[in-house]
Every structure is written in C-alpha cells, then in structure tokens.
Design a protein around this ligand. Structure first.
Ligand code: FE2
Length: 289
C-alpha cells in the first residue's frame, strides 16, 4: 500500500497523511451510524464528561468499562451551571468509545479492511490487533481542546507499538480544530503512562521529565480534507485545539497494537475476558471472503 517515500516520511516525521484513503460512501456510513447511536443514547443516566486535562479527567466506572462497550461522552461545556444540557443532545457529545469496531457492524466494516491491514503490515505491524476505537465530534463552538499527548501514554505496550489511524470524516481545518503534530517528536521519550490506580480510579505516572512540545507553537498543523487517513506513531506528540467555529469536525480513530507486545494489566483500558482483541488482517480477510 505504501511507497518507500511514504515509509521514509513516516519514519522521519512520526506521522503520515494519506488523502483519499476512505471514500465518501464508507465515511458517510460511519457518520450516519454515529448519529443514530447518539440519537438512541439516553443522556440522563450517562453523564460522563471526557477531557484530557489531567486535573479534570473523569475516571468514573463507565470510562473504565468503556474498553468493551459503546459509550457516549459529553463535552465539558455541554452543561449549563444547573446541570441541564446547554445545547441540543446531538451537539453535546464529545466522543463515542471505545469498542465500536468490535460491537457495531458499520464500524467493524470501516475498521477491518484489507487496505488498512496492508498499511499496518507495511509499517511493521503484521500482527496488528484492533484495540480501541473513538468517534470524535469536535462539536461546533464547544468542541474541546485535546491537550498535547502521546498515544502510548494511554495505550501502553512493552515495547511501545500503539499506532493511531485517524480518519477525517469532515474537512479538518485550522478553524474547526484540525490535528497538529510535532514532526520527529516520536524519537523523544515516552513522558508518562496513564494507569489504573491500586486504590481505584486512574493516575498518571511520569516516566521522563522531558517537556512536551508547546502547543501550538512547536507543532505543525495538519488541515486535511474528508476521507484522509493520518497515521500516528504512538510516541508522536500531537494536539488539537478547541473548535470555536460554527462547523463540526467529525473524525474516527482506531488504535492498533502488536500482538507480540505485552499489554499490562494496569492500562486504564481493559477488555472483558470474553471479548479478546482481534487481528486486523484476519477479520479483514474474513470480511471480504
Ligand atoms: Fe491521540
């Protein structure tokens, strides 16, 4: 799938932009399905707010159980001071996560494709397991910032193998909160890991004091048209700003790890025992057989 020039660029920069990877029909189906999931979602009993800011991360039971579920998480700014929704429900959801790729047929079809399995193989992930999926809304006006981070902090394996496949389902622009990345930053150390705390909840453990790049000054913006796939090395620092524009910026991301790597039991994201991870290439081959 990838040319040697693309592979070189990925190894050099820690990310790779592949425009036109997904066709309008396939990403349109994902958008439609996400809309249905939100429509069927009953907000009153599910007020899990998602934020990547350390101090305010809500680490409730639902978040910790979401590795094996389909859960809707609210935007921080979706609520009025009295706790009522300040915007219509359809515009209040930050993301859906984290197991749609294994629980929903539409997401499964989009995630397990021979093309994606081939890209993963080209990157050295011939034994890629599909670990985690997220549908990110980046809602108009209230879509929150995602602080500068390395994906391996949240999806650690030994050795680090997590690779992000990020799909723009709408045009991502400077105005609506496109991705920003630190070219070459994947060669830096992994700064921290996000763990299940022994006493319950979660905690960050610092591994290396090297400061993260300052966003957005030290980063390069990646505005891309809908249908683009951006591949992200698990150590690459990346960021996206708040969306204050009147346009949403829907994206889907799938994170894969190598089957040969060790997945620690202290990672925040754990799958139920009866829901083992599946190989990208195997399911993709089955899906097209
Ligand atoms: Fe990320």
């Amino acid at each position: 799938m990838l040319t040697s020039a693309q592979l070189d660029r990925y190894r050099n920069d820690g990310f790779l932009v592949l425009e036109g990877f997904a066709g309008p029909e396939s990403y349109g189906a994902l958008r439609e399905r996400a809309e249905q999931i939100v429509d069927e979602f009953e907000p009153d009993s599910h007020r899990s707010i998602f934020t990547t800011h350390e101090q305010t991360r809500v680490s409730d039971d639902e978040f910790l159980a979401s590795g094996g579920r389909i859960t809707c998480f609210f935007e921080e700014e979706a609520f009025a001071p009295d706790g009522s929704l300040a915007v219509p429900k359809a515009q209040s959801i930050n993301k859906i996560g984290h197991a749609m790729h294994d629980l929903d047929p539409v997401f499964q079809r989009f995630s397990y494709t021979p093309d994606l399995a081939a890209v993963a193989e080209d990157l050295g992930l011939s034994d890629a397991l599909a670990l985690q999926s997220m549908y990110i809304f980046k809602q108009p006006s209230i879509g929150g910032e995602v602080g500068c981070h390395q994906d391996a902090t949240f999806l650690y394996t030994d050795p680090v193998t997590v690779t992000g496949f990020w799909f723009a389902l709408e045009d991502a622009t400077l105005e609506n909160g496109c991705l920003w990345a630190a070219p070459g930053g994947h060669r830096g150390p992994l700064r921290s890991v996000f763990k299940r705390a022994v006493a319950g909840g979660t905690e960050f453990e610092q591994l290396d004091p090297t400061p993260m790049p300052v966003a957005p000054e030290d980063l390069e913006p990646l505005p891309v048209p809908a249908g683009t796939m951006v591949v992200l090395d698990g150590r690459l620092p990346h960021w996206s700003g708040a969306n204050r524009s009147p346009h949403s910026r829907h994206a889907y991301s799938l994170h894969c790890i190598a089957a040969a790597a060790e997945y620690p039991s202290w990672n925040w994201l754990q799958r139920p025992d009866d829901m083992p991870l599946r190989r990208l290439a195997d399911v993709a081959a089955g899906a097209t057989a």
